[in-house]
Design a protein around this ligand. Structure first.
Ligand SMILES: Cc1ncc(COP(=O)(O)O)c(C=O)c1O
Ligand SMILES: N[C@@H](CCCC[NH3+])C(=O)O
Length: 446
């Protein structure tokens, strides 16, 4: 992240706010007082306290529908790691999506919330015995085998008469994703089986030797926050190439191809995003052509968007606690930080926070929005805010729905924020605020 050291820029604070990365339902009935899902954010802050995460149910549902419209022939799985709670699980079920989970915890929450287990796919590069036992006990639809060490325990847990549909995670050797830490399609990392060194083919041969494991297809996940269709097109070509080799070698025709997720979204106005309709068109065309050339039937596509469904539907709202002006810059400290949003510290991600709850009358000035944690790196954003920003103000950070709360921590025991759903003018608590009793409940004493 770059530090901003400039003087105030003469931008009229009364310029209408750019709402292009906000949920589509966002309105600003009174200047400076935006409403999401028909509920003013200042009202939510008053009622539920801050920090608070607001999730626009209509935006989540519309994003699911956009995927189903773009990929009518595919199975669309929501990647639960982006954000999960019981209401989200119910919305995914009602919208007809499946779920991608990567732990017994995500799986058990989904199934106990009523999600059909056969529409769930279990991932993980290091599945524990408990993960596998839970998956088999709950009847998960498919398990994605990530490495050879999973084969024997899975077959043993199934017993001689058990059957489990599985996919195999292949590393296609494609570098894509917004940051090194979230690129998973390249060689030399912890996930999956390399295509180029023949490891994938070798492990698939071992899976085919296990009668309990019913191999239905191949999986790859290139990385996250990818804004170009090109890597997906290349992946299709390489994965179909492997399918053709498996047909030649083993006489099998795999009916499924899972291309993972990773579809990029805009965090700040003007940033690019991956349009599901464009992605679908290009992937479909490439899949058709590659399968025709290899004389293979077109496999059923599976995709796993997480961020693109939950991210733009969320807005985080904070109170400003202090403002510190040094000669070089202005630090605006809020009542949350890296414990509810570790992404800027981890990946250098940039957000576009704005003042809410009162009209801005002063010119905008560059500020560094920081959190309340005991780390100099607890920076939430480099932003422009009205130069009179002061303690007691409310700041809202759009595009906060994915990988904030699901990666939140108990750092400094501040407690994780609540999640409030908004829809048609109503606000409803989905997840309550974490309190000290929650935080200390595992501490069994001296
Ligand atoms: C296997 C798999 N599928 C899907 C996703 C979802 O990614 P995103 O939220 O970027 O769409 C991830 C996370 O990157 C993943 O690891
Ligand atoms: N957690 C990351 C992306 C990795 C997604 C899971 N494989 C993010 O916040 O962008």
């Amino acid at each position: 992240m770059t530090a901003v050291h400039e003087a105030a820029v003469p931008v009229a604070a009364t310029t209408p706010a750019d709402l292009s990365v906000w949920p589509a339902s966002t309105t600003e009935p009174r200047p400076g007082d935006p409403a999401v899902g028909g509920v003013p954010l200042a009202e939510i802050a008053d009622r539920f306290g801050t920090p608070v995460y607001v999730l626009d149910e209509g935006e989540v549902r519309e994003r699911c529908r956009a995927y189903l419209r773009a990929f009518p022939e595919a199975e669309v799985l929501y990647a639960a790691k982006a954000f999960l709670c019981r209401s989200m699980i119910r919305w995914m079920d009602e919208e007809g999506l499946g779920l991608d989970v990567c732990s017994a915890g995500e799986l058990e929450l989904a199934v106990t919330a009523g999600f059909p287990p056969e529409r769930i796919v279990l991932h993980g590069n290091a599945k524990s015995p408990h993960d596998l036992e839970t998956a088999l006990r709950l009847g998960v639809g498919r398990i994605v085998i990530d490495g050879p060490t999973e084969i024997a325990p899975l077959a043993a847990a199934l017993g001689p008469d058990g059957r489990q549909r599985v996919l195999v995670r292949v590393v296609p050797g494609i570098g894509a994703g917004a940051h090194d830490k979230i690129r998973t399609g390249t060689e030399d990392q912890k996930f999956g089986l390399s295509l180029s060194d023949g490891h994938a083919q070798h492990v698939i041969a071992r899976i085919l030797d296990q009668p309990q494991l019913q191999l239905t297809g191949l999986h790859c996940h290139l990385g996250s926050q990818i804004t170009s269709v090109k890597p997906y097109v290349t992946a299709v070509r390489r994965m179909v190439g492997l399918m053709a080799r498996l047909r030649d070698q083993h006489g099998i025709t795999l009916p499924e191809l899972d291309l993972g997720g990773g579809h990029g979204i805009a965090y700040r106005p003007g940033e690019p995003a991956l349009d599901p309709a464009v992605l679908a068109r290009r992937v479909r065309a490439e899949l058709g052509a590659a399968c025709a050339a290899a004389e293979l039937p077109v496999p059923r596509l599976i995709i796993e968007p997480g961020r693109a469904i939950a991210g733009p539907a969320g807005v985080a709202v904070y109170h400003v606690l202090s403002v510190k002006r040094t000669g070089a810059r202005t630090f605006v400290a809020v009542d949350g930080g890296m414990s509810d949003n570790p992404r800027p510290a981890l990946y250098g991600v940039r957000y576009a926070p704005r003042l809410v709850g009162r009209p801005a009358t002063e010119p905008l000035t560059p500020v560094t929005v920081v959190g309340r944690h005991c780390e100099a790196g607890d920076v939430l954003a480099e932003a422009e805010l009205p130069s009179d920003v002061r303690p007691g103000d409310l700041l809202a950070v759009p595009v906060a729905g994915a990988y904030h709360l699901s990666m939140a921590s108990a750092y400094n025991l501040v407690g994780r924020p609540p999640v409030v759903a908004v829809h048609a003018g109503r606000a409803r608590l989905l997840v309550r605020r974490e309190c000290l009793a929650d935080l200390s409940s595992r501490d069994v004493g001296v």
